[in-house]
Design a protein around this ligand. Structure first.
Ligand code: DGY
Length: 323
């Protein structure tokens, strides 16, 4: 009998080719957020889970899955998974590091450029007939050349953003638990405390994982430290920013604007106050959304899943969980 795997949401069949003939697959419904109700009844038999970042995998869920051997998350972030609960039960956890670095860095630059040059506002005005003439003072934005970019979290994605920003002539500050001499030497980036980064940056871009230390890192005090024209960019995880504080910052003009690929909550309800600000650009968590990247993420997730089911070390194991 082939092992039962629950895939929480549908994926294109060609991304899952390696699973053919090796697992019994039950696929959850399209369009849900959170671990699908429809799959709960199958948990007692499941030996593998192929999850997305929107699925919460916690102790209570694992209690219902006594045969589970592997949780394979099709994401680099694993804040949706209780790693300790998995470890205690001997369940291996895999993710998809590295492969989405360039796509996510590309999107970060797209957000920085769009927010700096007020592209969404300008495009909406043109479409709505508000482009009456060439206005010398219309839609003025920020020069990136010579501006300071503060990168919070200088991991793989932070570094890829730094390389791109340097090509635009930006000066680089960063904060990170570890010094990155290679980035300092190659790009002239300077490691500074968070407070200094917030005060000196024209654009603050978040690239840290969501951990107990980074949850709520960008709170009212942090936002108040930023320059009044500075932009906040978040492509990390929504809860790194305190949403209510950001709403107030935009309402009261503590900062110049925001560009968010991730929000708290996610999805952001259509009537959320953040949508009311023309200087707040919101994308629906699309950092890794390219055909090539998403396919490769799915393939890595399948490789992790098969390894876990076969009792081999996962090729892309979350640290400390390769059991
Ligand atoms: C991840 O993989 O963690 C990203 O947020 C997906 O875009």
């Amino acid at each position: 009998m082939l092992p039962l795997v629950l895939l929480t949401h549908p994926l294109p069949a060609e991304w899952l080719q390696s699973l053919e003939g090796r697992v019994r697959l039950i696929v959850g419904p399209e369009g849900t957020t959170g671990f699908p109700e429809a799959l709960l009844k199958d948990l007692p038999e499941a030996e593998g889970l192929l999850t997305l970042l929107i699925d919460r995998v916690d102790g209570a869920l694992l209690e219902r899955a006594p045969r589970l051997r592997v949780v394979s998350n099709m994401a680099v972030g694993v804040d949706n998974i209780d790693l300790r609960a998995c470890q205690e039960r001997g369940i291996a956890v895999g993710n998809t590091p590295g492969v989405l670095t360039e796509a996510t860095a590309d999107l970060t630059l797209a957000l920085i450029l769009s927010a700096a040059r007020r592209l969404p506002e300008a495009a909406a005005d043109a479409r709505a007939g508000r482009w009456k003439t060439w206005s010398p003072t219309g839609w003025l934005g920020m020069d990136l050349n010579g501006a300071t970019l503060g990168i919070v979290g200088m991991g793989k994605i932070g570094q890829a953003v730094a390389r791109r920003a340097a090509a635009f002539g930006m000066r680089l500050l960063y904060t990170s638990p570890h010094a990155r001499p290679e980035v300092e030497e190659a790009l002239g980036a300077q490691r500074v405390p968070l407070e200094q980064l917030l005060e000196a940056s024209d654009v603050v871009s978040l690239h840290c994982p969501l951990t107990p230390q980074t949850r709520g890192l960008i709170n009212e005090a942090a936002l108040r430290r930023m320059k009044p024209r500075a932009l906040l960019v978040n492509v990390a995880r929504g809860p790194v920013v305190v949403t209510e504080a950001l709403v107030r910052a935009l309402q009261e003009g503590w900062i110049g604007g925001a560009a968010l690929d991730v929000t708290d909550p996610e999805p952001l309800p259509p009537d959320h106050p953040l949508y009311q600000f023309p200087n707040c650009l919101i994308a629906p968590h699309i950092g890794s959304a390219t055909w090539g990247t998403r396919r490769r993420m799915a393939e890595m997730a399948c490789a992790n899943l098969l390894a876990g089911l076969e009792g081999r070390p996962l090729p892309y194991a979350v640290q400390g969980t390769n059991l």
